[in-house]
Ligand binder design. Structure first.
Ligand code: MEV
Length: 434
């Protein structure tokens, strides 16, 4: 067995790479590639983002133009590794821009924090003292919330709950508004300040104190944000759907589309993939703007299962004439704080989006999710997904097989009207190389 590495974090970058190359017996080219992906001028910015950094990891930064959202046109920055996502989003955005655009609205922006504590009393007794406890909380956190309150945020309420199936285990579910920040640090700081004060209050209160003292278990924000919710709607006369109808009539297309959405509402296996298509767009915007994609995914996936069964995040209504398609998704996004203003490319993304508020960014991300989902479902119920997807994936496949420019041009011409797969591209290259 290899020996454990002591003090790795204290080594310089070159020393870390040396240890890595020796331990894993890596080829020298790998060490050289770490060097070549360092930023020539601004590496110091990246060095401060994480730990044990030996290089940078590139992903494409793309633009999807023509997003008409509530009468405003956006160019949407997207960072994603999957070919065809940006193309699909751009095409759908262009289509909807000519058909009323994306109608979006933020339903609410409430975020939650949880303070768990051991206490053997009756939870109703705590809720009966809610007003007094709220006062205590506001007073205790007055200094740390003062800037946030100036920006229109702060703590907005508290509710006590027992943790199901666990004796003597309670939580204070604290509600927050965090203005344009995602708010994780703000929420956690507030909760950690509230905890000890609340325990003193409970332990000294004649009607609340128990034989066993109340003690804090832990305090942390919740990434489940079912009240930090945005809705995005597209709607048009069914006859306008012609560009997406494939070989079908627009009515047939609309019916097939509705069936696909209904399947995603009723079948969890399909719902996960359907929602993944939504997150192709949302995650790409979340990444481009330096937001926490794990938080967004965790919260929205839980929301998709809020009724006890995982289901589609979209809903569809078809009348005789009108196609109306709606996405409702919790997106606790921020446009200040965190990486949003520290990374040169997230700063650029914010400028491209005209320095949006958190609410505007929620709406842009939802529209991107809607665009990608609409495009995916439309392909699935007409041509199938592979035709378009593999065409856009062709250059990746060609790179995998080390194709040069001449071979690439020949392949693009050859596959213009035929189906792309790894094996047919490999065979094609073998033939022209002979
Ligand atoms: C692929 O990244 C996304 C899709 O699977 C989404 C869907 O099936 O709706 C095409």
């Amino acid at each position: 067995m290899q020996s454990l590495i002591q003090g790795f974090s204290k080594l310089s970058r070159d020393e870390k790479i040396k240890v890595l190359v020796e331990q894993q017996q890596l080829a020298p080219e790998i060490a050289a590639s770490f060097q070549s992906f360092l930023h020539p001028k601004q590496q110091h910015l990246f060095n401060d983002i994480s730990e044990n950094i030996i290089s940078n990891f590139y992903l494409p930064f793309s633009l999807a133009p023509n997003f008409l959202i509530n009468e405003t046109l956006y160019m949407v920055p997207m960072v994603i590794e999957e070919s065809s996502v940006v193309a699909a989003a751009s095409k759908a955005a262009g289509f909807w821009a000519k058909n009323g655009g994306f109608q979006t609205r933020v339903i609410n922006t409430i975020k939650n924090g949880q303070l768990f504590f051991n206490w053997s009393g009756n939870i109703n007794a705590l809720n009966n003292h809610n007003k007094e406890i709220e006062e205590l909380i506001y007073k205790t956190t007055a200094t740390i919330t003062s800037k946030m309150r100036q920006r229109g945020g702060g703590i907005t309420g508290i509710e006590f709950k027992a943790v199901p199936n666990m004796a003597n285990t309670c939580q204070a579910l604290v509600k927050f508004q965090t203005a344009d920040s995602m708010g994780a640090n703000f929420i956690n700081t507030c909760l950690e300040t509230i905890g000890p004060e609340l325990m003193v209050y409970i332990n000294q209160h004649p009607q609340l104190k128990q034989e066993q003292e109340a003690t804090v278990i832990m305090a942390i924000l919740s990434n489940y944000t079912p009240e930090c919710l945005v809705e995005c709607k597209v709607s048009c006369p069914i006859e306008q759907l012609q560009p997406y109808a494939g070989g079908y009539t627009t009515r047939e297309f609309a019916n097939r589309f509705k069936t696909a959405v209904d399947i995603a509402i009723n079948d969890p296996y399909r719902a996960v993939t359907h929602n993944k298509g939504i997150f192709n767009g949302i995650d790409a915007v979340v990444l481009a703007t330096g937001n926490d994609f794990r938080a967004i995914e965790a919260g929205a996936q839980a929301y998709a299962a809020r009724n006890g069964r995982y289901a589609s995040l979209t809903n569809i209504e078809l009348t005789n004439e009108v196609f109306e398609y709606t996405l409702t998704v919790p997106l606790a996004l921020g446009t200040v704080g965190g990486l949003t203003n520290n990374h040169p490319m997230t700063k650029a993304a914010m400028q491209i989006l005209q320095q949006p508020s958190a609410e505007q960014l929620m709406q842009v991300a939802a529209a991107a999710g809607m665009a990608n989902n609409f495009a995916a479902v439309a392909s699935l119920v007409t041509t199938g997904i592979q035709k378009g997807h593999m065409k856009l994936h062709l250059s990746n496949i060609l790179n995998t097989f080390g194709a040069n420019e001449v071979e690439k041009n020949a392949a693009i011409k050859h596959f213009k009207d035929s189906v792309v797969s790894y094996s047919v591209v490999e065979n094609f290259l073998k033939t022209i190389r002979q």
